[in-house]
Design a protein around this ligand. Sequence first.
Ligand SMILES: [Zn+2]
Length: 72
Amino acid sequence: MPNCTQCGTWNPDDKNVCWRCQTALPKPQEKKKSAPRRFAGLPLYLWIALAFFFVMLFSSRCFVAELSRLAG
Ligand SMILES: [Zn+2]
């Protein structure tokens, strides 16, 4: 519900001009759904999570390999 920029009066959404002072009202901006950026059908954060997972997997493998090398 946009308030008049001129007099601050509340106006219904369907009004184009202020009912009080006839000032043109700013059109209510439609809230754009912030769609997550997608890459190959998957949202970007999922790829990041996957990459993080694989990095963790790889590093843990290296860590285990290092440990076993040290141990034996
Ligand atoms: Zn007004």
